[in-house]
Design a protein around this ligand. Sequence first.
Ligand SMILES: [Zn+2]
Length: 55
Amino acid sequence: MGVFERAKAASGLSEGADETAPYVCLACGAPHEVQYHRCPDCESFDIRCARWVEE
Ligand SMILES: [Zn+2]
């Protein structure tokens, strides 16, 4: 585990140790740290877990 990952773990943000944000807007592709009900960028409701989208 590198210094960067350790810092993320200490801050409580590390679940899967991924570089990408946990959620993504399917409409505009914007990454989000939290699962918005509505995308603040394009106002779409298609916010999904980034992990599901990738697979
Ligand atoms: Zn969007």
